[in-house]
Write a protein that binds this ligand. Structure first.
Ligand SMILES: [Zn+2]
Ligand SMILES: [Zn+2]
Length: 268
């Protein structure tokens, strides 16, 4: 008997074509997850809620938030959507399918884990290149316009950088030819991860408190609030690339000082 998930999938594949699901379906899922997961940090900033957990004391003005949202909608329609439409034949060629049955969870989860590791690796090196003088000035400085990030700034970037980020995100799926369901799960988790990393809030329940190699908001916020030549913390998801290549030294020193201050306050 088909599981509830397979029944839902059956509905989708009988009512929509493979092309519609892979392009418009992926676009709608991306937009929904991105704007919904980005909404809380905007509301927290505006209301002052959870200010105790805000990493920086600075707040973005509503005008600055709205400028980010307007630009994002424009880029998503004029860059992301056309890229999704154009890259469909390539995905089909690489073996992507949407038909039933769905792959076993062991395959889905191992592929998604592989995508996270590969994306983090590609992103790390690409991001370091983006921090060289010319590319920073002409491309990456757009993403750094927000030194105090909030969730939606995660995709606020120059169109050339959006293409690079897109490449890093779709490289894993392009290499493995996954089921469309796996691709959607990857998109959902990757979007939620990058939105959280830019949220500007570090909660006691934040994932980075429980997953040792996971970077999270505190790790990436540091990257945004420092000058582009001094920031470090270039990886997107994990902390080990920066640790391996020594680009997290400043961040580690800061954490050590913070811990020392906290310990001395507790002693006295
Ligand atoms: Zn950067
Ligand atoms: Zn960022």
């Amino acid at each position: 008997m088909a599981s509830p998930l397979e029944s839902c999938w059956q509905y989708l594949v009988t009512h929509f074509s493979d092309f519609q699901l892979a392009t418009l379906g992926t676009f709608i899922i991306h937009e929904s997850v991105f704007f919904l997961s980005g909404l809380p940090s905007i509301l927290f900033e505006r209301s002052g809620l959870f200010s105790k957990y805000k990493i920086q004391k600075k707040y973005n003005t509503p005008a600055a938030q709205e400028r980010c949202i307007t630009r994002l909608i424009l880029y998503h329609l004029c860059v992301n959507l056309p890229v999704m439409l154009v890259s469909y034949p390539a995905f089909r060629y690489m073996g992507m399918r949407s038909s039933l049955p769905l792959p076993p969870w062991s395959v889905i989860l191992s592929q998604v884990l592989f995508y996270f590791i590969l994306e983090d690796f590609v992103f790390y090196w690409g991001h370091r290149v983006l921090h060289t003088k010319w590319l920073y000035k002409h491309v990456h400085s757009v993403h750094h316009e927000y030194a105090t990030p909030f969730g939606l700034t995660s995709e606020y970037a120059h169109p050339a950088e959006i293409l690079f980020l897109g490449f890093a995100t779709i490289l894993g799926p392009a290499l493995t030819g996954p089921h469309l369901f796996t691709l959607w799960l990857w998109v959902i988790l990757r979007v939620m991860e990058t939105v959280e990393a830019h949220s500007g809030y570090h909660f006691p329940c934040s994932l980075s408190n429980f997953l040792p190699l996971y970077g999270g908001a505190d790790f990436h916020d540091y990257h945004h609030r420092l000058l582009y030549t001094k920031s470090g913390n270039y990886a997107s998801t994990f902390v080990y690339m920066d640790w391996l290549f020594g680009t997290d030294e400043g961040y580690r020193k800061l954490k050590a000082i913070e811990k020392e201050n906290k310990d001395s306050v507790e002693i006295y």
